[in-house]
Design a protein. Structure first.
Length: 194
């Protein structure tokens, strides 16, 4: 529990930094030089497209948990994904790597395909997304055995700016090579688009 609270505090601190990182501004006003007033000057900065357009990449860093041989493990979660299909920019493919150290060392590598859609886009201004899809991969630990698994997953992303977001997700293993179907995995943290 102590590790989960520490990780949540770290994520909330990082969220505060990303929320303050927006740099867009508009300035209107007149210029007076030697008593002569000039017309108002407008400066504007156009926002870059969000990472949800074709060819974007997302990098996430956060905490996560997994069940390893009946024991819960907690650790670090990292993923990289892209939307490579021009005709279907809402389809994202990626790889996720996790390292668990509590209570014993373990890791996992998963490939995933997600369908990303905004939730209430007109009300929330395209800030909240649901990524639903399927993942599959391997879980390995200090015990020396590898467990293959696959199942559906869902992740919510809330954009704090055009290129930064916070996320929380869950995965359910419907098949596992060790015959322990029904395991849950979870992850949460921050992400960047580029």
């Amino acid at each position: 529990m102590k590790h989960i609270l520490t990780s949540l505090l770290l994520v909330l601190t990082l969220i505060g930094f990303t929320a303050n990182a927006q740099t867009n501004s508009n300035t209107n006003g007149t210029i007076v030089v030697n008593g002569i007033t000039y017309a108002p000057v407008t400066l504007s900065v156009t926002n870059a497209d969000s990472g949800k357009s074709y060819g974007g990449y997302e990098l996430t860093l956060g905490g996560g948990g997994q069940t390893v041989n009946g024991e819960s493990a907690f650790g670090l979660d990292l993923s990289l994904s892209t939307n490579p299909f021009k005709s279907r920019p809402e389809v994202w493919v990626g790889v996720a790597q996790s390292l668990y150290w509590e209570p014993s060392f373990a890791g996992s590598t998963d490939l995933f395909v997600d369908w990303s859609q905004p939730i209430l886009p007109s009300l929330l201004n395209d800030k909240l997304y649901l990524n639903a899809g399927w993942s599959g991969g391997a879980l390995y630990g200090s015990h020396g055995s590898t467990v293959w698994r696959t199942g559906p997953e869902a992740t919510f992303q809330y954009y704090t700016s055009d290129s930064a977001f916070i996320y929380a997700g869950v995965n359910y293993d419907v098949f596992s090579s060790d015959k322990n179907e029904g395991g849950f995995r979870y992850s949460f943290g921050i992400g960047l688009t580029f």
